[in-house]
Design a protein around this ligand. Sequence first.
Ligand code: GAR
Length: 210
Amino acid sequence: ALKVGVLISGRGSNLQALIEACRDPATNAKIVLVLSNKANAGGLARAAEAGIRTAVIDHKAYADRAGFDAELDRQLRAAGVELVCLAGFMRILTDGFIAAWHNRMINIHPSLLPAYRGLDTHARALADGVKLAGCTVHYVRRELDTGPIIVQVAVPVAADDTPDSLAARILTAEHRAYPLALRLVATGRVTVDGERAILDGQAMPGGIMM
Ligand code: GAR
């Protein structure tokens, strides 16, 4: 099974979805380490409950991003991590770290990229009056919230949605998208060809409507 390291900053509901997915041998992945930059991240308890090793690397203890990222990198390598999954990890990573994990680091983002990169995705989508929203799992590239797209799940926007109600619907989609993307990557079915992710060697139908 592919050795996975998950980086979190908070609640960890996506981490939980990945933990549950890894109980299925068909996922072909094992989470060997969960790292958080926040000591109070709820996801740490979820990992401990599942018997997964955790560590906190407090970004405030480092003079700069490079120092923080070097410690992340050191701990991931020491644990034998082969794939990094960002799951609600709210720190910008340095170009050097991203290059070191090129095509070996994936992220989940709560929008249908390339729309709504960055923060406050749900409020911005509602302000624009979009009728479909969703989430994206993608390989990580230097530019924030860009990179080859592995899976997207779309959900409808309701007329009376608030940012919170839309976020909750998208979160349900995230919990479906991330385990699927992990399985596709860990089983070798998804690979990167240039700046496109491809499934089974062909242009991929990685879109799901909920
Ligand atoms: C998720 O909605 C995830 O897509 C988002 O943070 C939330 C984490 O929830 N990630 C980002 O906004 C990344 N910029 P979780 O801790 O319950 O998985």
